[in-house]
Design a protein around this ligand. Structure first.
Ligand code: EPU
Length: 349
């Protein structure tokens, strides 16, 4: 196995935090994966690195870093109802979405411009503008580094939730099949129905539709609108390091929601299908006055309070410690004012 040592990770995390991997193993082909499975190295403590867009690195990584660089994408089957498209884990998510549209296979356009790799997309069950990965997911292939076995999971087995899946839980959790720290995703398949309808139910997209005056947008138009909305709201990690939304939107009971509204009538909330309410974490953070505030070079983004950015760029980057300190201070103040615990989205390494 070709292990690289002391590898700079700054180019491999979207915050642009400066840190090193003591040992890094790149997986570029299924042969590389097979070699790893037959090597005792697979049992060592490790960290799987995808696009690095959902991590906060707090120091040099001592565990073996496994960087997934498996490439390839293709149509694997087609019937009268749908296309099934497969992409390897190392493919860039946004490029993959753009490619499916260019091939004439719509369905992923609402998920345009989400940073990261295809392999990380099911871990997070990425979602935006009314669509979640699980709505288009068919199945995935992975290897279990503990047993050395290959396996395939369907959507039910992935146990998708809001920014959640079986890959974020350890086996000891109440779910039967926790795969945290053992699964390495190699290929992901998507089912894209041929009967396509634009999903523009999300307020930001409805606004775009009204502005553009287009009643029946094409998938390519929805893709462009999503890109425009994201560019206006979210910082481009290439110019301002960040990891997207830093916290999940919390869910509360109707009673809790009413209780907060009684004190804070402007609370931004949405009712969910199960009767519970989702609160806009961005609003809670904003209401506590965090927009633009910083700890060292980690700052709350001026235009979206849910995003923490690295305002020091690549030359004077924030540290992971600064990001974590800022995040904890935000959690404390939101808890003190609203009694709500905000759960971070990125993985702290
Ligand atoms: N708001 C504020 N202050 C702010 C920003 C927003 O009060 O600084 C309020 C606004 O009222 C706004 C509401 O919060 O209507 C919600 O904000 P937004 O519509 O921007 O969406 P979000 O809930 O902050 C979620 C996802 C994003 C996804 C967008 C669009 C989570 C944690 N985040 O953000 O996902 O792109 O919806 O669907 O669910 C990500 O996960 O990294 C991510 C960017």
């Amino acid at each position: 196995m070709n292990i690289e040592t002391n590898v700079p990770l700054q180019p491999h995390n979207s915050f642009g935090i400066a840190a090193r991997a003591e040992r890094l193993l790149r997986l570029r082909s299924m042969d590389d994966v097979q070699t790893l499975l037959t090597d005792p190295l697979r049992l060592e403590p490790h960290f799987v690195l995808g696009g690095g867009s959902n991590i906060v690195i707090t120091g040099d990584i001592k565990r073996l870093v496994i960087k997934v660089e498996l490439m390839g994408k293709q149509l694997v089957s087609e019937d009268e109802k749908a296309w099934v498209i497969q992409a390897a884990a190392g493919e860039n998510w946004h490029d993959f979405v753009a490619w499916t549209l260019a091939q004439g296979w719509p369905g992923l356009e609402n998920l345009a411009m989400i940073p990261g790799s295809v392999g990380a997309s099911p871990v997070q069950n990425i979602g935006a503008y009314g669509v979640e990965l699980q709505d288009r997911f068919e199945s995935l292939d992975a290897v279990d580094l503990q047993t050395g076995q290959h396996f395939t999971l369907d959507a039910a087995q992935c146990a998708f939730g809001y920014r959640d899946s079986v890959f974020k839980h350890a086996a000891s959790d109440s779910r039967d099949l926790g795969l945290l720290g053992r699964a390495l995703i190699t290929q992901v398949r998507f089912r894209l129905p041929k009967k396509w309808r634009a999903d523009i139910s999300y307020a930001d997209l409805e606004k775009k539709q009204a502005q553009k005056g287009i009643a029946q947008p094409t998938a390519a138009q929805v893709f462009d609108w999503v890109c425009e909305v994201r560019r206006a709201k979210l910082p481009d990690p290439n110019s301002l390091g960040n990891a997207g939304s830093f916290f999940k939107n919390p869910t509360v009971t109707p009673e809790q929601c009413q209780d907060i509204i009684a004190r804070e009538p402007r609370l931004v909330h949405y009712q969910l299908a199960d009767g519970r309410f989702k609160l806009a974490a961005a609003w809670l953070i904003d209401a506590c006055g965090w927009r633009g505030k910083s700890v060292g070079n980690a700052a709350v983004y001026e235009k979206q309070a849910l995003v923490i950015v690295n305002k020091g760029g690549l030359t004077q980057p924030c540290t992971g410690g600064e990001v974590v300190t800022l995040a904890k201070a935000i959690q404390t103040s939101v808890y003190e004012r609203f009694g709500i615990h905000l759960e971070p989205e990125p993985v702290v390494v």
